[in-house]
Design a protein around this ligand. Structure first.
Ligand SMILES: [Zn+2]
Length: 382
């Protein structure tokens, strides 16, 4: 099969005009040619590898439209906790199934999916995507760390017991967020599965830094609201990111999700300390919850590796990596589509440790091929 298009992005960069992709019957890339245009099927618009959604919560899909925009993160968290179980198991399962189909229709081929439960086991078994399931561990009180970790380990084992089909299935335990995980629990998670990607929600609200610097802001009230006495927590005088990363292993791949309030100093600090750090942007969720976007200019200026997530349908109107790119392009037109498409494909594959099989159009890989047509419609053609 020979394909060409008005423009082809190979996951890293634009290919020369007139390039032709040769694939075999299974969708594996055989070669890229600079001739044979007359034999190839021509597609209008852009062809690129399948998209990687590096951060999602499919198990929250039933919460589409349940929480209003603009609550701020603390208001959002309280509403998710109160309302996530106001639905029947059938409603939840139906919503997850529809959300998965929406991702497939949006050209997504791999997902980094947060799991607090085993609700997504049956979706993984459908063998339609590559999955990196991040089993989230939560535990604010240090003395609870062994129990919290054991609970996550139990969930992890259910995912690890699945047999992969043609797509890859991975899973690892990850910390939820700096305001919900004690230093002891961070350390337990960081020491487990040394090669696994450690994903964490990072600096999604200004309150997170206020809490770490001097224990001000909304988190003391939030914790009291959910029955936790935070007397044990001592402020560090530093930002959240520069505090909790001391519990992490710099040799382990790290994916920081959101980064809406990361300062230039935070970005440089982590860029220097962690050789394998990925900064995952979920712009539509940031606009939904906090009405603000991360400092993309500083991230680009420090050569940070960026990737893209949709977050969940509780904080987004759709699960489409391409819709996230449109939001970034609108706010930061200086990024340009060569970089945006790299973040959405190759960089996401690297963050999920799938770059050897997907994320770029290179011989031997099976990345899926997506067409972006005029009017921003997406079609997965291979
Ligand atoms: Zn999230």
């Amino acid at each position: 099969m020979l394909l060409t298009a008005d423009q082809i992005h190979d996951g890293k960069q634009w290919l020369p005009q007139g390039s032709v992709i040769e694939l075999n019957e299974q969708g594996v890339i055989v070669a890229i040619h600079q001739h044979r245009q007359e034999e190839a099927v021509h597609y209008e618009g852009t062809l690129c590898p399948g998209f990687v959604n590096a951060h999602c919560h499919l198990e929250l899909s039933h919460m589409l439209g349940a929480i209003p925009e603009g609550t701020g993160l603390i208001g959002f968290l309280l509403q998710v906790m109160r309302r996530r179980n106001d639905f029947t198991d059938e409603q939840k399962a139906e919503a997850r199934t529809q959300a998965l189909q929406q991702m497939l229709d949006a050209g997504i081929v791999a997902v980094g999916d947060i799991a607090n439960t085993t609700d997504t086991l049956s979706l993984r078994a459908q063998d339609t995507l590559h999955w990196y399931t991040f089993v989230e561990s939560i535990g604010f009180l240090p003395e609870r760390a062994p129990n919290s970790f054991a609970y996550a380990l139990n969930t992890l084992e259910a995912f690890a017991a699945q047999t992969p089909g043609t797509h890859q299935l991975r899973q690892a335990i990850v910390p939820h967020a700096p305001y919900s995980v004690s230093g002891d629990l961070f350390a337990l998670i960081a020491a487990h599965q040394p090669g696994a990607t450690l994903s964490v929600h990072n600096q999604e609200t200004a309150d997170e830094d206020h809490y770490y610097r001097d224990k001000s802001g909304g988190f003391t009230g939030f914790l009291a609201n959910i029955g936790i006495d935070d007397a044990v927590f001592t402020a560090t005088g530093k930002s959240s990111l520069q505090s909790y990363t001391q519990h992490l292993n710099p040799g382990k791949p790290l994916m920081l999700v959101h980064n809406t309030f990361s300062s230039a100093d935070d970005i440089r600090h982590v860029q220097q300390q962690f050789p394998q750090v990925y900064w995952c942007l979920c712009p539509n969720a940031n606009l939904y919850i906090e009405g603000r976007l991360p400092d993309v200019n500083t991230l680009m200026a420090t050569d940070a590796q960026l990737c893209i997530g949709t977050d969940s349908l509780a904080s987004n109107h759709q699960l489409s990596v391409y819709a996230e790119l449109l939001a970034l392009d609108k706010a930061f037109p200086q990024i340009g589509w060569e970089r945006l498409l790299r973040w959405a494909t190759y960089n996401g594959a690297c963050a999920l440790q799938l770059q050897h099989s997907i994320g770029s159009i290179e011989a031997g890989k099976r990345p899926g091929i997506v067409q972006i047509k005029a009017g921003h419609s997406i079609q997965k053609i291979v």
